[in-house]
Design a protein around this ligand. Sequence first.
Ligand code: HEM
Length: 155
Amino acid sequence: MAGGAQGISRLKLMGMIISETLRLYPPAVDLTRKVQREVRLPNLMLPANMNLNIPALALHYDPKIWGRRCTSFQARTILGRGSKATNNRPSAYIPFGLGPRACVGSSFAIDEVKIVLAMILQHYAFTLSPNYIHSPIQVIAIRPKHGVQVVLHVL
Ligand code: HEM
């Protein structure tokens, strides 16, 4: 694809936009794990059989990691899958989980979004409809409560 603003290819830019969208609206807001055997960390002891809740949403909005503007959409602050953006703290960015049980479909999911967007953008530009009400809710996964109405402009 042709180079975009500041030498970033459109494909890369699309990846950054998808990554930033998944930071602000991770469909899975938290992950759960069961502690199999007692674990002692410097400041923490986790007893066996304890259920752990790992709050992806809270990590994704932590100003210590993402800065003061952590609540706003800043695609350019997040590169690739977030390892640089998180200062090599990959556990701070977990829309697909982390470790051996991380999402096996992550690359497929991202490629699918890129393909669908590329197909739409070949024929249309789109803007948010004035009727759109920003209201993400959690119904198992995060979703827009009132849908996402867009206005298509034929190219
Ligand atoms: C944007 C789309 C998607 C998101 C945000 C997502 C997110 C996640 C998350 C958070 C987990 C749990 C990881 C963990 O517990 O550490 C997971 C697991 C999983 N996902 Fe996805 N997923 C997506 C799309 C897909 C797709 C398209 C597939 C299949 C084609 C898929 C297949 C799986 C499977 C099989 C697991 C279980 C992996 C395991 O337990 O070993 N996911 N996903």
